[in-house]
Design a protein. Structure first.
Length: 327
């Protein structure tokens, strides 16, 4: 009820009478009053006027189950939220949910992670109260070999969500890093899977977005940035979560129609900062420069070498950098 009352307050331009809320949710005035007091304690500015009712004056950057659910407008992506003020890793918690039989689209969110995961066993800095750490649980009816392609769906969704909420022209560094125009990393994505040879039990896609973080460790400060640093002002995290989920649902549904990226290639390539640029391809024990052309229907990066040969680069085997830097 709390998230539904919050959703109602956010959608109203005027006062909502206590009686109106009571009738809509079939609860007592005391129950409504208690919810309003809880919301005030969480930082929401709610004006209560006798004979008029309640009005939401301002929403702070609150991260809570009720706040997130009040903004989610999807059919299935993120409709069920599992929220932690602090946990080890949202990917770990999402896999736990998967083992327990949690529904497709369950979204696990934390305000702080103590053991955030990055790609290739790296850790992900996860301070409290500043950024987004979330993982969506999926149960796709596809062959396990196709699951890695879904990482690129989240890359599209995160980039579109950032652009829509903040106006920042973020882009994708193949395959799934989101970067700013300055070439610094805003967001990382990690996909993990539980599967049999020919059957997926579940897939979890975790995403960390540097939102309002202003300081980074010595190790990563040269290549990491945040939305706040790029924009010069803070961003409301819950709005961005809702926007990413909305975009992700559309991308996922389109992906499942063909079980590949053929319907999303154009969209992905339009956001790809590597496209049309010289890149350095780093293979185990070997590196070379090539011209990046975009992805194919399975998410491989198509590059053209100096001798005119086209190659398809698979993300699990190699990495790609800019000739003169990270991008």
């Amino acid at each position: 009820m709390k998230s539904e009352i919050l959703r109602l307050l956010k959608s109203s331009d005027t006062y909502l009478s206590g009686q109106q809320i009571c009738e809509q949710f079939q609860v007592s005035r005391t129950a409504v009053w208690k919810v309003m007091e809880q919301l005030k304690k969480e930082g929401y500015q709610i004006e209560a006027v006798r004979n008029k009712g309640y009005r939401l004056v301002d929403s702070p950057d609150v991260m809570s189950k009720a706040e997130i659910e009040s903004l989610i407008s999807t059919k299935w992506a993120g409709r069920h939220v599992v929220y932690y003020g602090e946990t080890d890793s949202t990917n770990t918690r999402a896999k736990e949910q998967g083992e327990r039989g949690a529904e497709h689209g369950t979204l696990v969110i934390a305000d702080k992670q103590n053991a955030g995961k990055g790609r290739r066993g790296r850790s992900w800095e996860s301070p409290q109260g500043t950024s987004i750490y979330m993982t969506i649980l999926l149960r796709p009816g596809i062959m396990p070999v196709k699951a890695p392609q879904m990482t690129l769906l989240m890359a599209i969704a995160a980039t579109q969500g950032i652009r829509r909420v903040t106006g920042l022209e973020a882009g994708i560094k193949w395959p799934n890093d989101i970067v700013s125009l300055t070439g610094k990393k805003l967001c990382g994505i990690l996909t993990e899977m539980s599967a049999e040879i020919d059957y997926i039990n579940y897939v979890v896609i975790g995403i960390g977005v540097n939102v309002n973080q202003e300081l980074f460790s010595q190790e990563i400060k040269e290549r990491a940035t945040s939305l706040c640093l790029e924009l010069g002002h803070k961003v409301q995290r819950s709005q961005l979560i809702a926007a990413i989920m909305e975009s992700f649902e559309k991308c996922y549904d389109k992906f499942m129609e063909t079980e590949d990226l053929s319907g999303l290639m154009e969209e992905y390539n339009s956001l790809l900062v590597n496209r049309g640029r010289e890149v350095k391809v780093l293979e185990p024990g070997h590196e070379y420069e090539a011209f990046a052309m975009g992805i194919n229907e399975t998410g491989e990066l198509i590059v053209k070498t100096a001798d005119g040969q086209e190659k398809n680069i698979f993300a699990g085997e190699v990495s790609v950098r800019g000739v003169y830097g990270y991008v």
